[in-house]
Design a protein around this ligand. Structure first.
Ligand SMILES: [Ca+2]
Ligand SMILES: [Ca+2]
Length: 241
């Protein structure tokens, strides 16, 4: 009896201790799992910029390559706004466009791959991207050079430069293919005089088959960046007004 009386509290104490340790371990495991969950979510979110009707992104300076000893067009900011009928796409460069184009080639500033149905299983594949697919259209925002006798939206012409103008070219992807087909001519799609650091265009929804309420994803590439996956901005998720 005496022995039992002594043993029982002792045994109970041990059991309580073990249970308490188990609870501690379980809490620690839960805490580690929760921390991991938060970390994974944070990383996933950091790779996607989401917006309703509008998004804005900054981009580092100096992350472009020279082309034949000439400076690459260095994008520092992008904004995309939907107004119910069209997308207004604005890029800001580090320097005035004339700095990049005065003795340089006309061409794209950014390339946008549009996943217009928000579905990775439909559409084509980004050429320089890693695991970037599901695109229905690509749009290049282009800086063109106006000459006395003509206009160059890719490359250059002979003659005196008279100014610069924005334009865009659209390409349509085929299922699982990398090389989308051109469906317009940038020369005929010119939009705005470029006088400073800003290159902008407006793109009617109909050009890329989207409408009000569409939920689309985009990958944007800085055109004069490296020819690999690091030339892309974080993924954009946008709800269209
Ligand atoms: Ca940049
Ligand atoms: Ca798609």
């Amino acid at each position: 009896m005496n022995k039992q009386n002594v043993d029982t509290p002792h045994h109970k104490k041990n059991t309580t201790l073990i249970e308490s340790e188990r609870k501690d371990k379980t809490m620690r495991k839960l805490s580690i799992l929760l921390t991991l969950f938060i970390l994974v979510t944070a990383i996933a979110l950091s790779q996607t910029v989401a917006g309703r009707y509008k998004i804005e992104m900054n981009d580092p300076i100096g992350d472009v390559q020279e082309n034949d000893g000439k400076p690459g067009k260095d994008v520092v900011k992008i904004s995309i706004t939907s107004d119910g009928e069209k997308l207004q796409i604005i890029t800001e460069l580090k320097e005035n466009v004339s700095y990049y184009l005065k003795d340089q080639l006309a061409g794209p500033v950014i390339e946008i791959h549009f996943n217009t149905d928000n579905n990775d299983a439909t559409g084509g594949i980004a050429f320089w991207g890693k695991n970037k697919k599901g695109f229905e259209f690509q749009m290049n925002l282009v800086s063109c050079i106006k000459y006395k006798g003509g206009l160059a939206c890719l490359g250059a012409l002979e003659g005196k430069i008279e100014g610069f103008v924005s334009s865009y070219s659209i390409y349509k992807y085929e299922q699982d293919k990398k090389m989308p087909k051109s469906i317009n001519n940038a020369i005929e799609s010119t939009q705005k005089e470029i006088t400073g650091k800003t290159v902008e265009i407006t793109l009617p929804y109909s050009e890329i088959g989207i409408k009000s309420g569409s939920r689309i994803r985009m990958f944007i590439r800085e055109s004069d960046s490296t020819f690999d996956d690091s030339s892309y901005f974080p993924q954009v998720f946008l709800i269209i007004k």
